[in-house]
Design a protein around this ligand. Sequence first.
Ligand code: 13P
Length: 262
Amino acid sequence: MRPLIVIGNWKMNGSLASNADWVKTVCRGMEQGMPSGRQYAFCAPFPYLSQCGQLIRDCSLAFLTLGAQDVSAHTTGAYTGEVAASMLKEMACKFVIVGHSERRQLHQETDELVAEKALQALDCGMTPVICVGESADERNSGREVEVVRGQIAKQVAVLQDRLADCLIAYEPIWAIGTGLSATPEQAQSMHEFIRGRIAGYDEKAANTLRILYGGSVNPINASQLLVMQDIDGGLIGRCSLDANDFEKICLAAASVFTTSTH
Ligand code: 13P
């Protein structure tokens, strides 16, 4: 059984006023009937985690939780500008995105660093959301499977059996922020491949590990993606910024037929 999960990634967006409106709108919508057995979360920028944690507590919805968009690979000490996993835990974060393609590209994050960050999150009792995915060039030259295989192999090498406690997000870079989502079949095919690779190391973990799809998910395409056998949720960028769109995607997840795996 892999409960569907929808996670918003606000990226570098938000303000004290708009965050309050967003949480209130989403909570109001969810109070009107989100079924249990699904999970919903959003990852706010660091400075807003305290505020957003309080806003969630105020609306007391157990299935809407908070996450962060990155974490330091170090525990504590002289790392100016970095934020430790223990600090995120104190802010009530349940999830931490690691290895987002924007961080890999803009901050030269390597697979090894991403795995170290995931370990930090796990050690503090949070769930890392490990992002993988190929670029347009890599897909156009038929190397998408090879690229993702390499990314997964590096995570397995460091995390080993702890990978079972992570989420994986397949986010093809060409689909992020472009309005051009992977088709449900393209996404399913890669998710199946990822699950198969993990099964090669740990069959039990592969069956329970949730693999999210991210890249131009919107209220219209969400249910077609989420219904696929190996797609266990969505990581939503742009459409998580609008509370109504995010709520519609959550509703799509809520209404996906419950199969033996979802
Ligand atoms: P978009 O939904 O804006 O394509 O972003 C996806 C993403 O990067 C989520 O982490």
